[in-house]
Design a protein around this ligand. Structure first.
Ligand SMILES: Nc1ncnc2c1ncn2[C@@H]1O[C@H](COP(=O)(O)OP(=O)(O)OP(=O)(O)O)[C@@H](O)[C@H]1O
Length: 312
């Protein structure tokens, strides 16, 4: 078993409440547990207001907590000093101040505050900003600012990198090259904790996905297994005299054979489809939203096992 000394992040019973007696209180984080192993990429998913950013900011040492035990690289962020901060990299949701400095100047000046920084020009190239190296930061587009944020987050050669919705505003090509960058950081040993609203990003990058809802973790697993096997059971759907029928089954071929046998002389089953729930389907069911394959049992007996929707 990994302990707080060997885990990159270990969180137990984290709580954070906002508000006042007058305005009322809001439990943004309500007893959250989280482990991140060294070298792992963990993606934290959850709807708006689930408590992701609050949690990440507490781990980064930028926000105080009300309760719970937090260890990041073996230290409590509340008390950790400069040496600890040099070991972590942070890409926050909001871009840092952009001004008269050029991209290269900004990355260089940030690099100068770390003991063993990466080469600023290489980092700028890695985030796809080489052509903008001599441009003033205030003139960058939204997506370019985000890339600069990432450059500033990794130039210190962090052991642990926090990425809070890093690709918001990226075009599809920039997102793909960012994924390559994150993968290469992981390959060089960097541990990464990422929040994202993009399910494809989580599926592409994460070794493990953690779903947060109402300030607690409701599910955790690899992108392929999140929600448990039942949540991934294929769904056969067809039209039956104007009614949409569905059946969740590990043997979709058998169901289709039965439907064909029962079909009329032309052996055609109207509207037949077989789908295996995706990460997005499972995620939506975990947070209480419906999706196209999150179907209700409309058959008479064979029945969909609905327990997967309560897999949290
Ligand atoms: N500084 C603050 N003061 C008061 N309430 C806050 C503050 N920051 C966050 N909250 C509230 O705490 C809850 C959790 O917010 P948080 O930003 O952590 O969620 P999130 O999961 O990161 O959401 P998003 O996906 O929208 O970024 C929300 O209800 C939010 O309104």
């Amino acid at each position: 078993m990994q302990t707080s000394d060997t885990l990159a992040v270990r969180v137990r019973g984290l709580r954070k409440r906002y508000g006042s007696a007058r305005a009322g209180y809001k439990d943004a984080v309500a007893g959250l547990d989280l482990d991140v192993s060294p070298g792992e990429i963990v993606a934290v998913l959850g709807p708006n207001g689930a408590g992701k950013t609050t949690t990440v900011e507490i781990l980064e040492g930028f926000r105080d907590r009300d309760d719970g035990d937090v260890r990041v690289l073996g230290e409590d962020p509340r008390q950790a000093g400069r040496a600890w901060r040099a070991r972590i990299g942070v890409v926050m949701q909001d871009s840092r101040d952009m001004n008269e400095l050029t991209v290269l100047e900004k990355v260089r000046s940030t690099a100068a505050s770390y003991p063993d920084p990466r080469d600023p020009a290489e980092v700028i190239a890695a985030v796809g900003l080489a052509e903008k190296a001599r441009a003033r930061t205030r003139g960058l587009s939204g997506g370019q600012r985000r890339r600069l944020d990432v450059a500033l987050g990794i130039v210190g050669r962090p052991e642990l990198l926090f990425l809070d919705e890093p690709t918001t505003g990226f075009d599809p090509q920039a997102r793909r090259s960012f994924w390559d960058l994150v993968t290469s950081l992981r390959d060089s040993g960097t541990t990464i904790l990422l929040t994202t609203h993009y399910l494809d990003e989580a599926a592409q990058l994460a070794d493990r996905v953690v779903v947060v809802r109402d300030g607690v973790v409701v599910a955790s697993g690899t992108p392929d297994t999140l929600g448990g096997p039942e949540a991934r059971t294929p769904v056969v759907a067809w039209d039956d005299g104007g009614v949409r029928r569905t059946e969740r089954t590990e043997r979709p071929t058998d169901v289709v054979a039965r439907l064909i046998a029962a079909a009329g002389p032309d052996r055609e089953v109207p509207g037949l489809s077989i789908t295996r729930p995706t990460l997005e389907d499972v995620y939506l069911s975990l947070i209480g939203e419906s999706s196209t394959t999150d179907t209700t049992d409309t058959t008479d007996g064979a029945g969909i096992d609905d327990s997967s929707r309560k897999a949290a």
